[in-house]
Design a protein around this ligand. Structure first.
Ligand SMILES: [Zn+2]
Length: 324
């Protein structure tokens, strides 16, 4: 009987895809939401009023990755494609980077640090125009890209461990671990800072993430040797569907080895997002947010509803990073 059970489990583990998705919906939503609380008094009221929008739409950029041309490249940068010391040598500003590598190459390997800077510029413009819909949309989406830049696996072409026999590690690190353990993380990050050089700040974030990449891969590899295959994975029922996941024991062991790394990167995301929002607002001349209309227009609500429906229809095709 035990043998038969084992055989069934083994078969299931081969058949079922490994569960996970980018920074998990869960983590993106939590990060955007928490960033609101790091804002200064002049901003926090407005953002709190719209916290539901900022939370629920935190994953919109991922939802359109497969539908909108050019979207995918905004979420990552495969730094290692450019050589070992790319982190130090890569031109920080877009025109110089294009001159050195060509726009096609940059688009092919990801543009997240430059896209963050562009979004910050656009958000500043939206504040200047006092355009509430744009302020909310750009704040929410800027939050997404900043959070992506905080994920070490978003800075490498080995983004899902596919080059090192660690397939599935993407969703493991950025979805499974936060889902299991982030309730115990300390998310008090203090108040947003003014960012003198948004473009360089985006690169600082990338640097922090990229320097954490070795541990992300190394510790999982080490752990895989300590765990039997059947102890490494488990099964959970979600929405009446059985899914294969990294087991709790394996996740706990990985989290322990990482020694607070996921928490540190999530904190970095929360604080950086609030700081980008704050900086855009300051650069726009600190417009009063109290008098902005506080509801979305019917068209905007309709638009959001349509986006949601589109997504639920399931026409999107997942990039492998969250799947096994
Ligand atoms: Zn993303």
């Amino acid at each position: 009987m035990a043998i038969r059970l084992k055989a069934i489990l083994l078969l299931l583990s081969l058949l079922l895809p490994l569960h996970g998705n980018a920074w998990g919906f869960f983590a993106h939503q939590r990060i955007n939401r928490l960033a609101v609380f790091a804002l200064p008094p002049e901003m926090v009221g407005f953002y709190k009023k719209h916290i539901r929008y900022i939370t629920e739409n935190a994953v919109n950029p991922d939802k359109r990755r497969y539908a909108v041309e050019g979207e995918a490249a905004r979420h990552y940068i495969d730094l290692d494609v450019y050589g070992d010391s790319a982190l130090y040598k890569m031109p920080r500003f877009w025109p110089q980077a294009v001159a050195q590598y060509s726009e096609d190459t940059l688009q092919a390997y990801g543009i997240v640090p430059w896209h963050i800077s562009l979004m910050k510029y656009q958000l500043t413009q939206a504040f200047k125009e006092r355009n509430m819909e744009r302020i909310l949309r750009l704040s929410t989406e800027l939050g997404h890209y900043v959070a992506d830049a905080c994920v070490p696996l978003h800075t490498t072409q080995n983004y899902n461990g596919q080059l090192t026999g660690q397939h599935g590690i993407h969703g493991f690190w950025e979805s499974r671990l936060p889902e299991l353990f982030s309730d115990n993380y300390d998310f008090f990050v203090g108040q947003a800072d003014y960012i003198e050089q948004p473009q360089l700040k985006a690169w600082d974030i990338i640097a922090t993430s990229h320097l954490a990449l070795d541990s992300v891969l190394y510790f999982e590899k080490a752990l895989a040797q300590e765990f039997d295959e059947e102890k490494k994975y488990g099964f959970e029922l979600r929405n009446n569907v059985t899914i294969r996941v990294y087991s709790r024991a394996y996740s706990k062991a990985y989290s322990d080895k990482l020694n607070g790394q996921v928490e540190r990167q999530m904190r970095l995301a929360v604080r950086s997002i609030a700081s980008f929002w704050y900086t855009a607002w300051v650069d726009a001349g600190q417009p009063s947010l109290g008098t902005l209309a506080n509801t979305l227009t019917p068209e905007e609500l309709h638009q959001l509803e349509m986006e949601k429906k589109d997504y639920e229809k399931g026409t999107h095709k997942p990039r492998q990073e969250g799947d096994s």
